[in-house]
Design a protein around this ligand. Sequence first.
Ligand code: FRU
Length: 494
Amino acid sequence: MSKSHHLENIKKAQKEINAKKALMKNALMRQRYHFMAEEGWLNDPNGLIFFRGKYHFFYQYNPYDSFWGSMHWGHAVSDDLLHWDYLPVALAPSEPYDDHKEGGCFSGSAIEHDGKLFLIYTGTANYGDGFVQTQCVAYSEDGIHFEKYEKNPVITAPKGFDPANFRDPKVWEHEGRFYLVCGAKKDDLAKALLYRSDNLLEWEFVNVMAESRGELGNMFECPDFFPIEDKYVLMFSPMGLNERTCVYLVGDMDYKTGTFYHTVMGEIDWGFDYYAPQSFLDAKGRRLIVGWANAWDWMPFWKDWGPTYKEHWCGSFAIPRQVRLMPDNTLQFLPVEELKSLRTEENVRYNVEVEDGPVDVSAGDGVAFECRLVLDLERTTAETVVLELRSDGKFKSVVCLDLKHGQMTFDRNQGDGWSRGQTKSPLKLLDKKLLDIHFFSDQSSIEVFSSQYQTNHSCNVFASNDQNKNTVRAFGGRAYFTSIISYGMERAID
Ligand code: FRU
């Protein structure tokens, strides 16, 4: 099949998008400041890059349905990570290696080379015996229209590796050469495979740079690798690790052998809805990550994708977060400072004692807002501090900080009549004097950051606009906040 087939399939997708886009004007539950597709289904962030002065987000996209299927790459650009212009679909399934039966253009990444924008993605096909995944290249002169490389695929699974689990290439440049890491599976264990190239088209296998002996699961989805100060980070979304959906490892890289040695392991986000984050470096020198605000893992007990599919859309991205290295080589994940530009009215209180009754923490309309609380641990006698968010008295989401046992939970069993489950994590009390809690509420999600942005829980909650009461309470004693500062958040997405 030729290049024209790709163009044809892009046009077909575009027609579908244009027809359905109008439905989004009245669609319910759409986010107000979290990135979403124009309509239809979205999953992983792909090809995140700051290119020719703009942020480019690509994403796993099914324009034809509000369920996963027929993976395209959607594309949008922004100046500030908050307001987006959608561009034509960048990749559509069109060739035997990315279209044959249940095929698609699966996740991958972007890099600039020779004045062109290169996309490296996983072509998935099914010739009758399960998925065959290979790594493929597409490029563009203008950063809008992409042509698939005629000699695709550029990498096939090495002998002995499962061709159905060989995906999600993340590319970077190191000392003038290109490298990529790819998720793979062998003998039912996860492997991260390292490849090297001088031109992005011909690749040589270097080494298994990291692997699971069982403790890291049986497949690394969306591996990502980057330097931070004098260390390196490998992050991935492991399959087969139950409540862990987003792991990071910090360590050292030996480029001579292609081996990564880690000394620190952590969780990027413990919530139900944070998966497959991808990182990129922006012009300000920040290492940013963006995650898909959903995850596959809880699917089997949920059995569907939530109420939004009836509204012809499903999926959003979590807010972009800046990664920083702490002195003990753990990582923190801070909401990007651009979000401050959306702040509307503020609600500022200092020295707030919470004992008998709930204290209001809302701002704006109590739906789209952010709030930062600083708890003085030395003056606090309470055993637990509880946030009841997006409540109307009947439904509510409950975030509990258990100071006695050092645990944090997010309970959405009564969140909206549909959502279920409780996420749970250790609460890392880094500084024995103060505990910071910062959360962002949008139309259909709540992201809670605590303990210097190291213990984070992001969950979707499909709460109605009447669920706009937000309070903090204390149990087993008194909680003393040095400050509680809330801001309404302006709409950024139409
Ligand atoms: C992660 C993932 C990737 C794959 C893509 C398919 O969410 O399963 O491993 O490339 O989604 O849409």
